[in-house]
Design a protein around this ligand. Structure first.
Ligand code: NAD
Length: 275
């Protein structure tokens, strides 16, 4: 029989490192993991960046996330940093290990999106997309993997997209970055299996987060129009899914219940890819 609290707090004693945690999916996942017993390390740029032009997360959101995790009875650390900044990442990982002693789950989630026609795209746009969405997860994993290897356990969950499995109009840099992340997932799964580290990617369709609002603002459209443009989901009346739906999937994949899930792609798309 399970000890009291064991089943409703399966992440008790575990530590999750989450990038892009200030708002959107990262925040939802951080809170879901904390509710399930995990201590949280939140890493976010928490400032406007050069590209794309929409608002990113904020320090106030990071502060309120820490307060909410504390209110759930868990510990939390927040770091302001860019996933393109290897020194800031290493500092955060070192501080997290000094405080908590381990990292069990890495949710490589920070990402950006924007439209650009292939023949109009600037090098800055291409580089920023690839650097944040593909190089960033590499840099974060590079710092976290030694911690997981030393523990001989860990789970890395890369937040790709349906665009990591299909094409998208005027999204070639985004699509390329997300397909790259799918590839990283497969390669890392093979390489890290000997240390008991699992690596998976998730592939949501449009999610109702500030990212969609940002894209809508850049395009002069509504967030629902943006979601329907790229998805037009199967389920009636569903232009997008919610961050809480993504959190449910991540909770499963990060848990021991998913012990044989590695190297695989997990789609959450309301039926989009089957059409
Ligand atoms: N929203 C969608 O429709 C959707 C669908 C599928 C996949 N995704 C992917 O899911 C992930 C999360 O998306 P979201 O919808 O929560 O986005 P969001 O824009 O709502 O939140 C992204 C978070 O990442 C942070 N961030 C952005 N650039 C960063 C950087 N360089 N360094 C550190 N932090 C940075 C932001 O400050 C923000 O808090 C992204 O990788 C995105 O590509 C999003």
């Amino acid at each position: 029989m399970s000890a009291p609290g064991e089943t409703d707090r399966p992440f008790a004693g575990r530590v999750a490192f989450i990038t892009g945690a200030a708002h959107g999916q990262g925040r939802a996942v951080a809170l879901a993991l904390a509710e399930s017993g995990a201590d949280i390390v939140a890493f976010d740029v928490a400032a406007k960046i050069e590209y794309p032009a929409y608002a990113q997360g904020s320090s106030a959101e990071l502060d309120s996330l820490v307060a909410e995790v504390h209110a759930l009875g868990r510990r939390a650390l927040a770091f302001v940093g860019d996933v393109r900044d290897s020194a800031a990442i290493q500092q955060a990982v070192d501080a997290a290990v000094a405080e908590f002693g381990r990292i069990d789950v890495l949710f490589n989630n920070a990402g950006i999106v924007a439209y650009a026609a292939a023949d109009k795209m600037t090098e800055l746009e291409w580089d920023a997309m690839i650097d944040v969405n593909l190089k960033g997860p590499f840099l974060v994993a590079r710092s976290v993997i030694p911690v997981m290897k030393a523990q001989r356990s860990g789970v890395i969950i890369n937040n790709s997209s349906v665009m990591g499995l299909r094409g998208g109009n005027r999204l070639s840099h985004y699509v390329a970055s997300k397909h790259g992340l799918t590839g990283l997932t497969k390669a890392w799964a093979i390489e890290l299996a000997p240390w008991g580290i699992r690596v998976v990617s998730i592939h949501p369709t449009g999610v109702n987060t500030p990212m969609n609002d940002g894209l809508a603002e850049l395009e002069g459209a509504t967030a629902i129009e943006i979601a329907e443009r790229s998805a037009g989901n199967l389920l009636p009346g569903v232009p997008w899914i919610e961050a809480s739906d993504v959190a449910e999937l991540v909770l499963y994949l990060a848990s021991d219940r998913a012990r044989y899930a590695t190297g695989a792609q997990f789609t959450l798309d309301a039926g989009l890819l089957t059409r």
